[in-house]
Design a protein around this ligand. Structure first.
Ligand code: 13P
Length: 251
């Protein structure tokens, strides 16, 4: 009953012109129905992508600031993303948490702002290799989820997308097994159920992210708690992105 959702996270790849050419080529393909798709791209790409797309491909930002305006040099507000017509915003990606010191509190403020401005948040959570090995990883995930959803209303919570991305599997080619990814997505769902109720937890879409490719996407999608994927490297080529969408179709 949850529509599968594949989102590409381009990170700091492609120029604006390359992004536009990608989208044009993608929109000329025969895209599968019944799968939601989005491309999340750097800020300066978004205007052209939003103008160039149609309802088959959503456009997302990779970050956004929770303040509507102010003296925050180099930042872009979620308010202005919303004004531009951006559909999604990735919040709390591990690269932002680790390299740009984003805290659980920042993530929560961004989630609340995105929901207020009708931009769907794709909230990332995930543990480091060290946390996996010293067995603190379940605690890490529940803490991140509890913090992200603080103060979110029941009706808004249903709109949120969560991406479980173990840090040790990002860009490493070392993907989590589908069983393990499913267990972690189940943990996310159970945490949301405790915070709200089953109605909410059954509505939230949970993606797995970390070295997802056309060759393994079907396996992840066959798991009951995995509703889609947040994909870095394999989202950068049109053919590969289309294959990911094909692989995510409900069978
Ligand atoms: P890769 O698919 O390149 O491992 O990246 C995953 C990711 O970080 C998506 O947000």
């Amino acid at each position: 009953m949850r529509t599968p959702f594949i989102a590409g996270n381009w990170k700091m790849h492609k120029t604006v012109n390359e992004a536009e050419a990608f989208l044009k080529e993608l929109l000329n393909k025969d895209l599968p129905s019944g799968v939601d798709a989005a491309i999340c791209a750097p800020f300066i790409h978004l205007d052209r992508l939003v103008k160039g797309t149609n309802e088959s491909i959503g456009i997302g930002a990779e970050n956004g600031h929770f303040e509507d305006q102010g003296a925050f040099t180099g930042e872009v507000s979620i308010d202005s993303l919303s004004d531009l017509g951006v559909d999604y915003v990735i919040i709390g990606h591990s690269e932002r948490r680790e390299m740009f010191n984003e805290t659980d509190e920042d993530v929560n403020k961004k989630v609340l702002k995105a929901l207020e401005k009708d931009v769907i948040p794709i909230v990332c959570c995930g543990e480091t290799l060290e946390e996996r090995e010293n067995n603190t990883y379940t605690e890490k995930i529940t803490t991140q989820i509890e913090a992200a959803f603080k103060g979110v209303s029941e009706s808004d919570a249903k709109k949120v997308v969560v991406a479980y991305e173990p840090i040790w599997a990002i860009g490493t080619g070392k993907s989590a097994t589908s069983e393990d990814a499913n267990l972690m997505c189940q943990l996310v769902r159970e945490t949301i159920e405790k915070l709200f109720n089953k109605d909410v937890s059954e509505a939230v879409r949970i993606q797995y992210g970390g070295s997802v490719k056309p060759e393994n996407v079907k396996e992840y999608m066959s798991e009951p708690h995995i509703d889609g994927a947040l994909v870095g490297g394999a989202s950068l080529e049109v053919e590969s992105f289309v294959s990911l969408l094909e692989g995510a179709k409900n069978e």
